[in-house]
Unconditional design. Structure first.
Lengths: 571, 305, 199
């Protein structure tokens, strides 16, 4: 099809094409993923070798005077590591990049319904990243009140110097605006632009995941925006929404606890926002590489919807130790534990997909199975935190850190890598090297488990969070060896990612040209050849089948049939 | 340097190998700090039960995974079975398994937890043998206040130096605003170190001076947040004497990591001796500053539910 | 394999293929998000007010209160003038549409200016964002609403430009969308007015 000749700028920079915008999010996400990962290395170094200077190969003498990190630096590191990984790595990678790239292709649409809004969303997001990085150059340093930024610590009362908190608040607000624009686009596109024949229960589960994520985004990101507006006013205008002047109960003006409620009413759905795309992608990938339909597709979709609904009423489990009323604590515990039921069911459906399949262990499959493993483990360890009594002990310890890194970091990272390996041929028209992919897998999977499982061990031993030097405490001195071990494993995990970087860059530049459908997958994106033209499909496809028609008994010459291909008639 | 790393690493691995010796499926192979509290074992039990059941279930999942990976791996002639898993039988089985997980773990730990909260953690002791202490964390210290002989808490006394105070007939004094206080001059106010007697319930009320902190006793398995504008309460009881650590469990600034306190549990005798020997830490003539909030902390004991 | 023939054979610029309902749905989702923002702010207000134990209506009984009512009337008026404008649009009266849209814009700007005047008067009376929690809540709610009114004004400018660029017929859908947004801001203000001044 012809399209007016586009300049470089309108084709690659200010493009309204969802595939280009998806790649722009991909580059931003990967950049911040490595930025955040590097910060993790610094944190690990400090925790295990508190008395040593940060070494040269971790840029110690470049970043810190004499290579010695101070506790201010440490608090900034843990704050920004969390903030960056959640909002500037996972969000752009899973939701921005894959949401944009995959949604129109998988539903048979020519583009998102609001292409200009899409472009605007990316550039707002880019601006938020600029503000965030700029905060590092402030004289007082960047934000240092934790990614949760509880007031009054995050207000002038807390004593954190300079404008770091202000920049932090502004950058997240901008990022939130970008997310809301994206949510509008994704929801409307999925509702309105599905190709004829694609009912809701013929959509790939990836689309279900992205659809539900966007609904949560649309509803709950404004909630944190409200909280951040109030916090920003406390920071710059001298208001006292979250600051109270009396140190004992009496006439209350501001209320720090209000912030915690507002934050976690957003914060809990946020963790589901981050994981839902992965649940969808993994459900689809397990099906593609087991060569059979996703087991219990409808039940899985319904479970995902149920979890989305429940996720909005369980936020109090982050606040059990705040002194809330017993009745409230019990209510939150009960509701949180209810989420086990749909979670177990769709997890079993994952296993059901593998059962009696024809398993092909390509890199995307390895990573998908790994998600099964880490999410299973991570999800089960959530039980300790859901229960009020065990949470009294485990709250604010490394146990929680291990738990959320399993469910959030490990699952999402492995899921994101599965998605990259899977869609790389479609995004770039080249193949990634499978051997390097498998090497990357094992070099990541094993250290990853050794890092985060041991964090839970440390948490159970009482190691609390966000402390610059654990050796200050007698009861933590026995953990020195384990801390060191975790750091070494973390460094190996970090180093292993360079296998991926090399594979990625080399394949983009010199990789073998990929076939149209290297995985023999049934979804619509595999019917078009890369580089995919603007408008995607030469003609609007008609959908006849579901997304997982593998090993269909009526299809005898191969073990798959595309969604847009009608089933052969009985001969 | 390398030797230190290797030695610590090896000791980390040998510790890991010792986990088979631990009870209750010891998946968390390093023990928590010694539990010296009356009710801490309840938390340990809930954790151990959860350990056991999730090890069984995850173990089954791992075995299933290994089995599937081996049995259903692709090889010439092997085909997948076209099964959408949406038959009534399959849905019923998965839902049943989901409910089994829910009832065998969730419902049990919830019941245990509700029971423990009702019987112990939210069941505040009353009576004469309860030790009452007010705790005020600040950046970056713990302040403790014990009631004096009058057994009541009050703000710091400034009766000696300020002529605006008046004593009323009840032998309590009234400040310039006409607010009445009982005699606070006998309160014992300390920093960093908290003493409690063994085998007696201790109720603390906690409110911070500046930002959110959290009072964490690893050896008692309990913690409670201190949020500005609120007074929270928590109770615990020690079964053994000894010296234990108090940690701050909520990020409170750049010296949060150093904000540790000392909890001294001693016999009834020693405790009384210690209490009597404490000087009243009130404001002194030379450095008293009426505008400095830290001199005026303290609140009338709130009646706990 | 057969492909159902659709009205669109050749893929064309996606934005021109979407129908009215699609854009409407998109705006609805955006309005739902803005609603959640204000719901959170209002719930925070409620909690702060209940816990404060004392409250008062800003400028009660004196001139500022009257000014607040005048502002509300101005904004409601602007919704009225917009209704006239959109009726002209559906009757294809392009220049009348432009005139009445400009009147709506002027009223909107007048509302903002008047809000700022209200702020200034209250500040000179000592009622600032820092003086009390009542002040903080007041300036926060009116300020965030004001920012959204600015967005609404931008939408009004946009529709005038778009109608000038293409013609009125192609933009009927967009006129309705701008109206929805502008009326939404108006209704939002009524809710805020009730919450701040009446309850």
């Amino acid at each position: 099809m012809t399209h007016k000749e586009q300049s470089f700028i309108s084709k690659y920079i200010f493009s309204t094409d969802h595939k280009v915008i998806g790649k722009q999010f991909l580059w931003m996400g990967l950049f911040f993923l490595f930025f955040g990962g590097f910060q993790a290395m610094l944190i690990r170094w400090q925790l295990s070798y508190p008395d040593l200077a940060v070494p040269v190969w971790l840029l110690g003498n470049f970043l810190f005077e004499g290579g010695r990190m101070t506790s201010d630096h440490y608090n900034q590191l843990i704050t920004m590591h969390g903030t960056i990984m959640i909002f500037w790595a996972i969000t752009p990678l899973l939701i921005g990049a894959f949401g944009n790239f995959v949604i129109p292709l998988q539903i048979g649409a020519p583009d998102m319904v609001f292409p200009k809004l899409n472009m605007f969303s990316f550039w707002t997001f880019f601006l938020s990243g600029v503000v965030l990085v700029a905060s590092y150059f402030l004289p007082g340093g960047t934000a240092a009140a934790g990614w949760t930024s509880y007031p009054p610590l995050s207000t002038p009362v807390g004593g954190i110097p300079g404008l770091g908190q202000v920049f932090w608040t502004l950058s997240i607000t901008l990022m939130g605006a970008a997310t809301m624009m994206g949510a509008i686009n994704y929801i409307t596109t999925i509702i309105r632009s599905r190709a004829p024949g694609m009912g809701y229960f013929k959509m790939p589960l990836t689309i279900w995941g992205l659809f539900l994520t966007s609904i949560l985004n649309a509803i709950f990101v404004p909630v944190i925006a409200a909280g951040l507006i109030l916090l920003l006013l406390d920071l710059v205008l001298g208001t006292q929404f979250f600051i109270t002047s009396s140190i004992v109960a009496g006439i209350k003006e501001g209320d720090p606890l209000l912030y915690q409620h507002v934050f976690w009413i957003f914060g809990h759905p946020e963790v589901y926002i981050l994981i839902l795309p992965v649940w969808g992608v993994v459900s689809d990938l397990l099906s593609v590489f087991s060569r059979k339909p996703a087991f219990g597709y409808k039940v899985t979709a319904i479970c995902m919807c149920t979890i989305v609904a429940l996720s909005s009423i369980v936020w109090g489990h982050h606040m059990y130790t705040t002194g809330m009323s017993p009745l409230l604590g019990k209510a939150f515990m009960f509701l949180t534990l209810l989420i086990s039921i749909p979670s177990s069911i769709f997890f079993l459906n994952w296993l059901g997909t593998l059962w009696r399949g024809n398993l092909k262990f390509e890199p995307p499959m390895l990573f998908a199975i790994a998600v099964l493993w880490v999410f299973g483990l991570g999800g089960l360890t959530g039980l300790y935190n859901a229960t009020v009594t065990s949470d009294i002990y485990l709250h604010d310890t490394m146990f929680v850190v291990g738990h959320f890194h399993y469910t959030m970091a490990a699952s999402v990272l492995l899921g994101g890598l599965a998605a990259i390996y899977f869609w790389f041929p479609k995004m770039f028209g080249k193949s990634m090297n499978p051997l390097l992919g498998k090497l990357h897998f094992w070099a990541s999977f094993i250290p990853l488990n050794l890092v985060f499982f041991n964090m839970m061990v440390m948490g159970y031993a009482g190691h609390h969070r966000r402390i610059f030097n654990p050796m200050e405490y007698e009861f933590l001195k026995p953990l020195a060896g384990l801390n060191e071990f975790v750091t070494i494993m973390a460094i190996i995990l970090g180093a292993a990612q360079f296998i991926f970087v090399f594979n990625f860059i080399y394949s983009m530049a010199k990789g073998k040209k990929a076939e149209v459908n290297p995985w023999n997958a049934a979804t619509l994106e595999w019917t078009v050849e890369a580089p995919i033209p603007h408008g995607n499909f030469a003609a609007v496809p008609t959908v006849y089948n579901g997304p997982h028609e593998y090993s269909h008994p009526k299809v005898t010459d191969r073990d798959w049939i595309a969604q847009s291909e009608p089933l052969p008639v009985e001969g | 340097m390398r030797r230190i790393i290797t030695r610590n690493w090896i000791s980390g691995i040998t510790k890991k190998l010792q986990w088979f010796k631990r009870g209750a499926w010891g998946i968390w192979f390093i023990d928590p700090p010694k539990d010296v509290s009356l009710d801490g074992h309840r938390i340990d039990s809930v954790i151990q039960y959860t350990d056991t059941v999730i090890t069984i279930y995850f173990g089954i999942v791992v075995l299933a995974l290994i089995y599937f990976i081996f049995k259903y791996r692709t090889r010439p002639g092997h085909k997948a079975v076209y099964d959408k898993g949406n038959s009534k039988k399959h849905v019923a089985i998965t839902v049943a398994m989901g409910l089994l997980v829910f009832f065998s773990i969730d419902v049990v730990i919830e019941t245990m937890s509700f029971r423990d909260l009702k019987e112990a953690f939210w069941n505040f002791p009353k009576g004469d043998d309860v030790v009452r202490i007010e705790v005020m964390p600040q950046q970056y210290e713990w302040n403790f206040r014990y009631p004096g002989d009058d057994d009541r808490f009050g703000p710091e006394s400034f009766s000696d130096m300020n002529s605006d105070e008046v004593w009323d007939e009840d032998e309590s004094f009234i400040d310039a605003n006409g607010n009445g206080y009982w005699d606070p001059s006998d309160d014992i106010v300390l920093m960093s170190e908290m003493h409690i007697p063994v085998n007696r319930p201790v109720v603390i009320q906690i409110a911070p001076y500046d930002v959110i902190h959290s009072f964490f006793l690893p050896n008692f398995r309990v913690k409670i947040d201190a949020t500005p504008g609120m007074v929270n309460a928590m109770w615990f009881q020690a079964k053994e004497t000894g010296v234990f650590e108090i940690a701050c469990a909520e990020l409170c600034g750049n010296s949060h990591y150093m904000m540790k306190g000392k909890l001294v549990v001693e016999s009834e005798e020693d405790y009384n001796k210690w209490l009597r020997s404490q000087e009243i830490e009130g404001p002194r003539d030379d450095w008293y500053d009426p505008d400095y909030g830290l001199f005026h902390w303290g609140w009338e004991w709130k009646e706990v539910i | 394999m057969s492909t159902r023939t659709l009205a669109v054979q050749q893929p064309i610029e996606p934005s021109k293929t979407k129908d009215e309902f699609t854009s409407y749905l998109g705006l609805l989702i955006g309005l739902a998000s803005i609603t959640m923002l204000f719901v959170t702010l209002l719930i925070s207000y409620s909690i702060l007010r209940i816990q404060a134990g004392y409250w008062f209506v800003p400028g009660e009984g004196s001139f500022p209160m009257k000014l607040a009512i005048i502002n509300t009337v101005i904004l409601l008026g602007s919704s009225g003038t917009w209704i006239v404008a959109s009726k002209n649009a559906s009757n294809a009266k392009s220049s009348a549409f432009r005139k009445w849209t400009l009147v709506t814009m002027v009223l909107g700007v007048l509302f903002l200016i008047s809000q700022i005047v209200l702020w200034k008067i209250l500040i000179t009376k000592g009622f600032t964002a820092q003086s009390s929690i009542v002040g903080s809540v007041f300036y926060m709610l009116t300020g965030v609403h004001g920012v959204h009114i600015i967005a609404g004004l931008a939408a009004l400018v946009w529709i005038v430009v778009k109608v000038k660029q293409d013609n009125l017929e192609l933009n009927q859908g967009r006129v309705k969308l701008v109206g929805l947004f502008w009326h939404f801001l108006d209704i939002l203000w009524i809710c805020l007015f009730i919450a701040i001044f009446l309850i």
